[in-house]
Write a protein that binds this ligand. Structure first.
Ligand SMILES: [Fe+2]
Ligand SMILES: [Fe+2]
Length: 200
């Protein structure tokens, strides 16, 4: 494996990435996360953080529902009724958000700070990795939804479908959470320090 490939393998380990790789932290001192709540961020940066906050809230609610189902506080039919429409809305919004970022926002931000090109390429590859998982989450959700229309499905048959969905939501929460964090630490400094001329 070449050095470039080794770096890429390291930075692309989205499920194990425990912080933004050092190569993409060269703007951090002028706009550290610890100062975001008190400094004047670019208006779009604040909007970005608000959208990410909504994603985190939705994922957290889905995890809470999954835990309630695992602990037996709600039955599988109640879990299906509460979780599947919420997941549908989350997946639609995440897919739309990724598309806007990859097709419009990242090219504009790369032009504003060309030294961050590799960072935006990393975020694009994150989107590809996450989209595979979103498809798997939708599949698991649809399999569970279909059982709502089939009265012959027993509670014993339902449980593994709910388990699959819960596991995929858990994995999604980890990957998406890491991506949101690292993306914010690239986008917020680039917009705030290099993007005064940018409006989306
Ligand atoms: Fe993203
Ligand atoms: Fe994002």
């Amino acid at each position: 494996m070449s050095t470039i490939e080794a770096d890429r393998a390291l930075t692309d380990a989205l499920d194990r990435r425990d912080g933004l790789p050092a190569a993409f932290r060269f703007l951090e001192s002028g706009c550290p996360r610890s100062a975001w709540s008190t400094m004047a961020l670019h208006p779009m940066a604040q909007h970005w953080l608000d959208i990410h906050g909504w994603f985190r809230g939705q994922i957290g609610d889905l995890q809470t529902l999954g835990n309630a189902w695992r602990e037996g506080a709600i039955d599988t039919a109640a879990y299906r009724a509460a979780a599947t429409p919420r997941l549908r809305r989350l997946l639609d919004n995440l897919h739309h958000h990724h598309t806007l970022e990859t097709e419009q926002a990242f090219p504009m931000l790369t032009a504003a700070e060309p030294r961050m090109a590799a960072g935006f390429a990393l975020l694009d590859r994150d989107h590809d990795a996450i989209e595979h998982l979103l498809s798997a989450m939708a599949e698991a959700s649809n399999a569970l939804v279909r059982t709502g229309f089939d009265r012959t499905v027993s509670a014993v048959e339902l449980a593994p479908l709910a388990e699959t969905l819960t596991n995929r939501i858990e994995r999604g929460a980890a990957l998406i959470g890491n991506h949101l964090r690292d993306e914010e630490e690239i986008v917020v400094p680039v917009l705030t320090l290099r993007g005064a001329h940018l409006r989306f």
